[in-house]
Design a protein around this ligand. Sequence first.
Ligand code: FDA
Length: 308
Amino acid sequence: MRALLLKLSESKRLAPLIMKNGVSRRVARRFVAGETLDDAIEAARVLNSQGRSASLDLLGENVSNEAGARDAADGYVAMFNRIARENLNANVSLKLTQLGLDLSGSLCQELVEKIVAHATGLGNFVRIDMEGSAYTQRTVELTKRVRTRYTGVGTVMQAYLYRAEKDVQDLLSVGCRMRLCKGAYKEPPEIAFPEKADVDANYVKLMKLLLPSGIYHGIATHDPAMIQATKDFVREKNIGRDQFEFQMLYGIRTDMQKQLVREGYRLRIYIPFGTDWFPYFMRRLAERPANLAFFLRNLLPKSTRDAA
Ligand code: FDA
């Protein structure tokens, strides 16, 4: 089912059908803060008031023309200005295919540098999300190039990839901040661990490489076992709670989010917003059968639901 949903997340035909549907829109709102920057800013403001920082993500990937990529870059610059004006504790996450990586590496690099230069000037930070494995090498290389010129940039490592350990070492060598996650795309067993137990073991291994590095990293997961392993490790190694942060997705495991903040850990919430929410929504359904069941139950007419 996970593989099927991830495949469907790339469907250009299904996207408009799902996005028009009122039930999908309602269910998606659990994971997406809204369609406008105002919605995301409001969500960040609420989270800040509850002791959680934010990372805003303007949804959109695989743009097919240069104008779309330039528009997205302008959107990110405007987002940084708004964050500064509103004095929010928030940075930004973006995807390279939204900035034209499918069209031209040099266009994409030009736009990323423009955004990162702007963010660095404001004392802020750009996180380059990691997409499917077709983009891993280019994302690592582009991040390294930009990182040699600006401090305000980092990327994401996916623990399901066999190559992740080598990439972690490589990026640590240029002082790059990383977010560690398990990985959300459909990848073949030739390049990614197929079993959850192996992904989890690699996650813990990479966490132990990242956190003693003296660089500020993000431990992005909702998995209580990964969180506990991190807590145990930082206690054992005397790594301060201000030297790293946990990260979670908007709308997911809010109980654990509150608990971590109560315990005095730093926590950043990834806040996606925008009209192009279909692939993101499908990846969230794929992660958890209960999400899909909830969605399908709500698609049924109310009378059928009550009878079921
Ligand atoms: P796992 O999938 O094992 O889930 C553990 C538990 O968390 C579940 O039992 C459930 O309780 C809860 N949970 C997880 N997903 C849920 C969901 N969708 N709905 C409800 N509950 C859920 N991936 C990527 O490839 N590139 C990226 O750039 C990013 N960026 C990113 C940023 C941040 C801040 C986070 C938290 C995650 C990402 N991811 C990502 C997604 C990541 O790779 C992964 O798919 C999800 O975080 C789910 O993995 P967990 O670590 O939560 O564990």
